[in-house]
Ligand binder design. Structure first.
Ligand SMILES: [Zn+2]
Length: 1039
């Protein structure tokens, strides 16, 4: 539903992506439809635990039944979506409509999770992360609502989490100390040194500085504030760092009293657990203690302008942007209609896709192909996250003087669309896209639904109408039939004849960051100067008090918890079948894919010359977008949209399971389609492998600019990952390649390409890469489909393999295997047996005796916060110490690093993790500190070595590891670990048993053995602002 289903703009999660639970969850099993059947038994008017049923609606296309209820005494609304999916979800959302930029809803979102009446301990939310098997836990502050969702597959866990969530939002302690920690406070730079200067601290304060360090976020915020200047949308709901220090504790408590009330609440439950039980718990533990109020939180409609408006704002320069002289963003936004009109919203959403999606859309042709900028503006297309929707179109990466040109093009395109409409085939492609998205199963469907309906429901729209996507589609088709100008009329009405439009430009100003820092300094001075001696003493005392509270051992025994014994001893197996088309292995995995076929292929790049390797990510980016066979790139895109759910290529570095000096390098091709379109999809792959087009330099430039811009924009969001990849660069051979493909080196490489005046030399490299990569030599394929479809699929796959280059070559003709390549059995069951001489399939693995060495790199970037990472080379997946290190990473995160880096240090996130690549990684995210955080990493190791943790701590860390290990896998991805990494179910079971067996000794042992060795196995990297102490230290490399 991506065309229709998108996350509200400006949503801010409490947890950063890394410290949060994996979003990839949910296997729904194709069992009897008992949950749905049960739900259909409810009758309108039925009373259940204080609620009254007022609507029951089956939605067969999504395999669900929606039940709408109201709470009699408070007016709270409840929507239950019954579906035979064990990954049950709960969410409660409140309409939060602030009228200032102090970030009060955002800070409140943080503080309510810091302790409640029943669960008095500090931070029950974070403590529950390790006491539960939740597949998702988080909280979000959007523009005009705040949402608290969780999901889990375990019914006991559901009740536990529900209890904690209900108590948190309705009966929070809202302690002053928590407000200081999470919101803002004045404190001495070194809290126990009253001689050190007073500065602003606080989690949200730093979080928002990080948010607005990203120019895309800054632009989106200005856009909304200026297009809707009258009410809650004119302020920054997340908090403007310069306004946050105005918020008082009293104001926070008042905001809670008026907004977090059942009369202002919407409850959502999803999955196969019985509704009655949910309702009873919600009634008994929360709603029975309230009566109705009039919350008065609704948002009035924006009064319409009689004339378009124009506005200009400034931002900081982006040092990674492709062309420093072209960093202006410009767009035009139109205010559309009320989002609660579901069909109109559906139509405008589709219209937006037709206008801006893909190389065949009129705005792409007119703006992107004109080479004026690098990409569309950061906000583009339909946005239904505010009460009235808007549509935005524009470019980023343009020269300031080109604004006028862009403006004229936009007006011209609108006129042309009104005149000519859209090609029928494009409308069909779009409807096909919705059809396949409805059938494609994801692992977080409940969460996707909750987000999908949130904005509409928040303004009293009907969420059930939004779920009836097929009805909306039918009505859309009918409208087009009744009136062939249906879409053109909309364009005329909403764009041509709409005076409520805003032209917004943003360009960098060299002094912007300095000015911002100066403004913050002035605010700080103002605050400090107004303090009496008494107040200063009080601040010093409170600072010490906060540290003492943060350091005190916590009694979390009031919190409910699952036990290690609640974890299943075994897991459900995923049988696969391996066949061979001559020498090409094909893995089949039959799954309830709902009529969708998933095809993947992996080819290695062992023979690729070194000088071409940095171009592999670019090759992957463009290979399905440059045209193939007799299709130019536009026709190819049209065909992909009409016949498939997408065709992609991505570079992969696959670490060997038992040797850190071995890895597989290659490219993974992925795609899916409806069963009926399989021959078309495989035909497209055949054309791409045989005859990809590498002749259009102009189009390559468009793709290069977009890719470079996207990479540069992604750094503030993923800075910790870039730091981690860099820190691992000198530790393993795979790590070095990883940096080349996915690290800062790649961002810089793409920037250099984007700056080239001509791309012919780059273009000529692509066919050379193709020769090494697009062949069936060293290829393996994987198919996930329904068992009925597999016979037909195998015919098509065979045809594909036989029709692409490389097939039929005799073994002796193949290129000589280079000395650093070794062979291993492809099937994990064959491991240990002799490789040579048999008919066994093998994979070719790079073997390099890599000499790890220490390197510490500081990337100076114009950010107000740091991303810090340190990596340690440890052991591969099959090493018996791997499970201990895995548990150790969770233990360090939840029992040490979270407290020191987030609570005390004021960073948005921090922790440790161990990946399949064998690198044990410490990281921090949006961190005001840098070197200090690295000493926290060291202290955490001392803490682990000293073994100052309990059996309960270990059990919690295990639970947390298992919530990832047992996270549901979508039918499209089952068997993928085996296909790519050669991890069999038997290996997984053994690993599982080893995890259960991890104990105090093995954890202390692992910390001693791996985390305290010499520097040669350590690497570090920091992304962040100028840093005097690093600059003085010769052991650091400055970039
Ligand atoms: Zn936050």
């Amino acid at each position: 539903m991506a065309a229709v289903l998108r996350r509200a703009a400006g949503m801010r999660p409490l947890l950063s992506v890394r410290s949060g639970r994996s979003m990839s969850c949910c296997s729904w099993r194709w069992r009897s439809s008992s949950a749905q059947e049960r739900a259909r038994q409810y009758t309108v008017g039925k009373k259940i635990h204080g609620f009254t049923v007022n609507q029951v609606t089956p939605v067969p296309d999504l395999f669900l039944t929606a039940v709408k209820l109201n709470h009699d005494n408070t007016g709270a609304q409840h929507l239950h979506v019954a579906r035979d999916d064990p990954n049950n979800l709960f969410s409660v959302q409140f309409r939060t409509t602030p009228l200032n930029s102090t970030g009060v809803p955002h800070i409140l979102e943080h503080v309510v999770l810091c302790g409640s009446e029943k669960y008095q301990c500090r931070d029950p939310f974070f403590k529950m992360l390790t006491r539960s098997l939740a597949t998702f836990m988080n909280a979000f502050t959007a523009n005009d609502y705040t949402m608290y969702p969780f999901s889990t597959q375990n019914s006991k866990d559901f009740q536990n989490l529900l209890s904690v969530y209900l108590d948190a939002v309705f009966f929070p302690c809202l302690r002053e100390l928590d407000f200081w920690q999470e919101g803002w406070r004045l404190e001495h730079e070194i809290p126990d040194d009253p001689g050190s200067p007073l500065i602003f601290k606080g989690v949200v304060f730093n979080e928002m500085k990080g948010v607005f360090a990203n120019n895309e976020n800054l632009y989106a915020q200005h856009l909304q504030n200026k297009l809707l200047p009258e009410h809650t949308y004119s302020v920054v709901s997340g908090g403007d760092p310069l306004h946050i220090p105005k918020l008082t504790w009293e104001e926070l408590k008042n905001f809670h009293a008026t907004h977090y009330h059942p009369s202002n609440a919407r409850f959502f439950t999803y999955g196969d657990l019985p509704l009655e039980q949910h309702l009873q718990q919600i009634q008994d533990e929360a709603l029975c203690k309230f009566s109705k109020i009039e919350p008065g939180t609704s948002v009035p409609k924006q009064s319409r302008w009689s004339e378009p408006r124009e506005c200009h704002v400034n931002c900081g320069p982006d040092s990674m942007a492709p062309d420093p002289a072209k960093q202006t963003i410009y767009s035009v936004s139109f205010l559309l209609g009320d989002i609660t009109d579901s069909f109109e919203a559906f139509t405008l959403n589709l219209l937006s896709s037709l206008l801006v999606s893909g190389p065949n859309s009129p705005f792409y042709k007119a703006l992107i192909d004109a080479h004026i900028g690098t990409d569309f503006a950061p906000v583009v297309g339909y946005d239904g996250s505010t009460r009235e929707a808007c549509f935005t179109i524009g470019l980023q990466g343009i020269a300031e003087q080109d604004i006028k040109v862009v403006k004229e093009i936009i007006a011209k395109v609108i006129d042309e669309v009104i005149e000519n409409g859209f090609e029928q085939e494009r409308i069909e492609a779009l409807l096909h896209k919705i059809e396949i998205q409805l059938k494609h199963q994801t692992t977080n469907f409940g969460l996707a639904l909750a987000s999908y309906i949130a904005a509409n429901w928040n303004h009293d729209g009907d969420p059930v109408e939004m779920l009836q996507i097929s009805e909306n589609m039918a009505r859309f088709k009918q409208s087009l039939e009744d009136n062939p100008h249906f879409l053109q009329d909309k364009v005329k009405h909403y764009f041509k004849e709409n005076a409520h439009q805003l032209s917004l430009s943003m360009s960098p100003d060299e002094s912007y960051l300095k000015n911002q820092a100066q403004l913050e300094k002035e605010k700080l001075q103002e605050k400090v100067n107004s303090l009496s001696m008494e107040e200063k003493k009080e601040i010093y005392k409170k600072g010490l008090e906060l540290i003492a509270a943060q350091s005190r051992p916590q009694d979390a025994s009031s919190l409910p918890a699952l036990k290690v014994s609640d974890i299943q001893q075994t897991f459900s197996l995923t049988p696969v079948e391996m066949t061979y088309i001559d020498e090409v292995p094909v893995q089949y995995c039959s799954q309830p894919t709902n009529g969708v076929v998933y095809f993947k292929a992996f080819t290695n790049l062992n023979t690729l010359p070194e000088d071409l390797k940095p171009y592999v990510p670019l090759f992957c980016n463009v290979i399905t977008r440059m045209g193939c066979g007799n299709l130019d790139y536009r026709k190819q895109d049209q065909q992909i949209e009409l016949k498939t759910g997408g065709m992609f290529a991505s570079p992969k570095i696959l670490q060997d399971n038992d040797n850190l000096d071995m890895y597989e390098q290659g490219v993974l091709f992925t795609s899916h389609c409806l069963e009926r379109n399989l021959p078309d999809m495989m035909h497209l792959w055949t054309d791409i492998f045989n005859n990809p087009h590498f002749d259009d330099e102009e189009h390559l430039r468009v793709l290069v600019m977009m890719a470079a811009q996207e990479l540069s924009n992604g750094i503030p969001e993923s800075g910790h990952l870039y730091a981690a990849v860099r820190a691992g660069k000198t530790l393993t051979a795979a790590g070095r390649l990883q940096e080349m493909f996915n690290g800062i080196s790649q961002v810089q490489h793409m920037k250099r390409i984007a700056e080239k005046p001509e791309l012919l030399t780059v273009l000529r490299k692509l066919p050379r890469i193709k020769m090494h990569l697009l062949s069936n030599e060293n290829m393996r394929c994987a198919v996930n489909a329904t068992s009925q479809a597999i016979p037909e699929v195998s015919t098509e796959v065979e045809k594909f393999i036989r029709n692409i280059p490389g097939f039929g070559k005799k073994k002796k003709d193949k290129k000589l295997i280079r000395t650093n390549i070794t062979e291993k059995p492809l099937n994990p069951e064959d491991a240990g047996s002799e490789v040579s001489g048999g008919s066994q399939a093998t994979k070719k693995i790079v073997f390099s005796s890599f000499k790890a060495c220490q390197m510490k790199t500081h990337f100076q970037l114009p950010f107000p916060v740091n991303y810090v990472s340190e990596c340690v080379r440890t052991v591969p997946y099959l090493n018996p110490d791997f499970p201990s290190l895995l548990v150790l990473a969770r233990l360090l995160t939840s029992k040490f690093l979270h407290r020191e880096i987030r609570e005390k240090g004021g960073a948005y996130g921090g922790g440790a993790m161990l990946s399949h690549n064998g690198l044990f990684t410490f990281y921090s995210y949006r961190d005001p500190n840098s070197i200090d955080t690295m000493s926290v990493f060291q202290k955490s190791i001392d803490w682990a070595k000293a073994g100052k943790f309990t059996q309960e701590d270990i059990d919690e860390a295990k639970l947390s590891v298992f919530s990832t290990v047992d996270a549901p896998v979508a039918p499209s991805n089952r068997g993928l670990d085996r296909f790519l990494l050669g991890i069999s179910d038997e290996m997984k079971q053994k690993h599982r048993e080893q995890l259960f067996a991890v104990d105090h000794d093995s954890l202390v042992g692992a910390a001693n053995k791996y985390l305290t060795t010499g520097h040669s196995t350590w690497g570090a990297a920091i992304l962040g602002p100028e840093n005097e102490s690093i600059a003085r230290d010769p052991t650091w490399v400055q970039r």
